[in-house]
Design a protein around this ligand. Structure first.
Ligand code: SAM
Length: 339
C-alpha cells in the first residue's frame, strides 16, 4: 500500500467514463454550451482495464465508475466484465443519474457490478424538469426499480440538497427510500467546478438537515462515518438509515483515500485540485506497467491535498471557477472530473 504525506492510503479510484451527460442539473451543468474532451483522447476499455490493474497493484481495492453520465458510454457491461476479472478490486460500483439504467441493470449485474448509486434530487417531475431540463423523471424511477429487481443491495440514492429547490423533500425522499429498499444520502451543495450558480446561502447544512428530520421523526442517531467513505451514517428512531455527505460545511479530507481519473486519463488527487497528471500520455508512449506504477506511487507519496477543508477557510466563499476559466480547461468541471 502507498500512503501520502498525511498517511492516507491510495485505496479508492473514481473512473469517469465520459464527460458527456444527458441531464443539465443546475448545480453541475447550468450553461447552454460546453467544451468537450476530444474523442481521440478518451481511454479505450483496454486502457482503462490496464490502469485499474496497475492501481490494484498499488493497493486500490475500490473502483467507482462515474462521469458525466457513465451509461452514455457504449456497452458499459463489457467494461464491467473486464474490471470484474481483477480480483484485487473488492468493490466495483457505479454512480448514475438512472436515465438509461432500466435497460442495463440486469446486464451490469450479470457482468459483475456490485453496487449502484442513483442520483435523484426530487420526487416531483415538474421540479426535475425545471432543474435538469429533462422531462424523463419517470426513466430515473424506472432505473431505480430495475436496479432493485436486478438484485443491487444496498441500493443507494444520492440527493443534492439545495435551498429553494428541494429542501422541503427530505422526509418524502426518506419515505421513498423505505418503499424502495434504498438508502438515501443527502449531499450538501458543493462549490465545485461547474457549479457556477453556487452561493453559500443555498447550502443546506448537515445540521439543518438533521434538525428538519428530527422534527419529523425524532432525533437521528449518529452511527459514525462509513470508514474513509464521504458519508456519515445516521439512523432514525425506527431504525431507518440514511447518510449525509457534509463536504461543504464539515469536510473529511483527513480520511480521503480517493483519487479520480477523467475519461481522457488525467489523474486528479483531489476534487478541488487545480491540475492533474496525464496517465494517458504514459499509457500511450510505450511506458511499462512498472514505470506507470512508479509514477503513480511517487505522485501519491507526495500528496498533500486538503481541497475541501481549504475551501472552508476561504473568507467570503464564492464560486470556484468562472465560466471562461471552465471553458479554457474543461478538466475543472465536476462532470469531467467525475463526482
Ligand atoms: N451522472 C452521474 C450521476 O448523476 O450520478 C454521475 C456523475 S455526477 C457528477 C456524480 C454526483 O455528483 C451526483 O450525485 C451529483 O448529484 C453530484 N454533484 C454534481 N454537482 C454537485 C454539486 N455542485 N454539489 C454536490 N454534488 C454535486
Amino acid at each position: 500500500m502507498v500512503h501520502d504525506t498525511l498517511s492516507r492510503p491510495l485505496a479508492s479510484l473514481r473512473l469517469s467514463l465520459t464527460d458527456r451527460c444527458n441531464l443539465r442539473c443546475r448545480y453541475c451543468m447550468p450553461e447552454e454550451e460546453y467544451v468537450w474532451l476530444p474523442r481521440t483522447s478518451i481511454l479505450s476499455f483496454e486502457e482503462i482495464q490496464r490502469l485499474v490493474r496497475i492501481f490494484a497493484g498499488l493497493g486500490v481495492t475500490k473502483v467507482r465508475l462515474t462521469g458525466g453520465e457513465p451509461l452514455l458510454r457504449h456497452d458499459v457491461p463489457a467494461l464491467v466484465g473486464l474490471l470484474a476479472r481483477e480480483r484485487r478490486i473488492a468493490d466495483l460500483a457505479l454512480t448514475t443519474n438512472g436515465m438509461l439504467l432500466a435497460a442495463q441493470a440486469g446486464d451490469l449485474r450479470a457482468a459483475g457490478l456490485q453496487r449502484v448509486t442513483v442520483s435523484l434530487d426530487t420526487l416531483r417531475p415538474e421540479r426535475f424538469e425545471a432543474y435538469t431540463r429533462s422531462k424523463r423523471h419517470g426513466d430515473v424511477l424506472a432505473g431505480i426499480a430495475a436496479a432493485r429487481a436486478a438484485g443491487f443491495r444496498p441500493l443507494k440514492v444520492n440527493t443534492v440538497v439545495v435551498r429553494g429547490y428541494n429542501e422541503d423533500e427530505l422526509a418524502d425522499l426518506i419515505e421513498f427510500g423505505r418503499a424502495h429498499d434504498a438508502e438515501i444520502r443527502f449531499i450538501e451543495y458543493m462549490d465545485v467546478g461547474g457549479a457556477t450558480r453556487w452561493s453559500m446561502d443555498q447550502v443546506v447544512s448537515r445540521r439543518e438537515m438533521l434538525d428538519a428530520l428530527g422534527r419529523r421523526y425524532g432525533a437521528p442517531r449518529p452511527l459514525g462515518a462509513e470508514g474513509p467513505a464521504p458519508a456519515e451514517e445516521f439512523a432514525l428512531p425506527d431504525g431507518t438509515r440514511f447518510g449525509i455527505i457534509a463536504s461543504t460545511t464539515a469536510p473529511f479530507c483527513r480520511a480521503c483515500d480517493r483519487s479520480r481519473v477523467t475519461a481522457d486519463g488525467t489523474w486528479y488527487l483531489c476534487l478541488y485540485a487545480a491540475t492533474g497528471i496525464s496517465l494517458r500520455d504514459a499509457l500511450r508512449s510505450g511506458t511499462t506497467d512498472e514505470d506507470v506504477a512508479g509514477l503513480i506511487a511517487d505522485t501519491w507519496t507526495g500528496r498533500r491535498d486538503r481541497g475541501a477543508e481549504e475551501r472552508v477557510a476561504v473568507a467570503g466563499r464564492g464560486i470556484l471557477y468562472n465560466v471562461p476559466s471552465l471553458r479554457a480547461d474543461p478538466h475543472r468541471e465536476m462532470h469531467t472530473r467525475g463526482g
